[in-house]
Design a protein around this ligand. Structure first.
Ligand SMILES: N[C@@H](CCC(=O)N[C@@H](CS)C(=O)NCC(=O)O)C(=O)O
Length: 253
């Protein structure tokens, strides 16, 4: 593996969780640089020519896009690939990954962000909680102005977009519950990029017991209400199972 690996990430995000999970699963020693949503733009743009995280630096190579990052890590670790060799299974994995990356995750994120933004102190804690006090102070100060940009940048155009995000949550939990019914996994009988992608995405609605994805307490009532909608769905139990079985660092009790 490379001698220097650094992940430029947001503290709490489904796409960043995908990259972190793959790095941890493959036991790649790496450094994490946490960026604040908003102030991240100049740095990420300079590195990649676009604005989105995660970004992975592997020695002098820069990779962005969560699926591209996992694919690159697979190339560097071919013995533990997260995509099946079997062509039909690989196509099914790719279809599920694409459904989450391009449809379900951005829609669900609107409902999650809208709930996080219902309390700006909370939003600041989620994204800047591990920063020095002066940075937390200025970040919180800027949030009333930044809120509109975050809403616009993520397509939160009004109540209908939030409702659609809530519906996307149900679609996603239904999808995983149905697909995992036979073997416990979405494709074939082993953990693949499809499971990793779906569980990372749905973690935003569950807060699994992992230090990278359980948000601080107490959560705002709007976020609690959103989580409560899915708590008893069989798909929620599946996400927790994926974390317990396959996500290093998950608390087991
Ligand atoms: N298709 C990209 C999407 C990444 C993405 O949307 N990242 C969000 C965080 S969840 C982000 O960094 N947004 C900030 C921005 O675009 O300025 C991927 O798979 O990595």
């Amino acid at each position: 593996m490379a001698s220097s690996v650094e992940l430029f990430q947001f503290r709490f995000s489904p796409y960043n969780e995908k990259a972190r999970w793959a790095l941890d699963l493959k036991r790649v020693p790496h450094r994490r640089t946490t960026l604040l949503p908003g102030p991240h733009i100049p740095k990420v743009r300079a590195m990649t020519g676009q604005n989105a995280t995660p970004v992975l630096r592997i020695d002098n190579e820069t990779v962005f896009g969560s699926t591209r990052i996992v694919t690159r890590l697979d190339e560097l670790d071919p013995a533990n690939r997260l995509t099946p060799d079997n062509m039909a299974e690989r196509e099914t994995v790719n279809a599920i990954v694409q459904r989450f990356d391009e449809d379900l995750t951005p829609r669900m994120r609107r409902a999650v962000l809208d709930a996080n933004l219902s309390n700006l102190d909370y939003f600041a804690r989620v994204f800047s909680g591990d920063r020095p006090a002066w940075q937390r102070f200025f970040y919180r100060l800027a949030l009333p102005l930044a809120r509109g940009l975050v809403r616009k940048g993520n397509g939160i155009t009004g109540p209908a977009a939030v409702e659609d995000g809530i519906a996307a949550g149900t679609e996603a939990f239904d999808l995983v519950a149905r697909a995992a019914a036979q073997t416990g996994y979405l494709v074939g009988d082993r953990f693949t990029l499809a499971d990793l992608t779906a569980a990372s995405s749905l973690a935003s609605l569950i807060d699994p017991p992992h230090p990278d994805m359980d948000r601080p307490l107490p959560r705002p009532p709007k976020l609690e209400a959103l989580r409560a909608r899915y708590r008893d769905h069989p798909g929620a139990a599946w996400v927790l199972e994926m974390y317990r079985k396959h996500r290093p660092g998950t608390r087991l009790s």
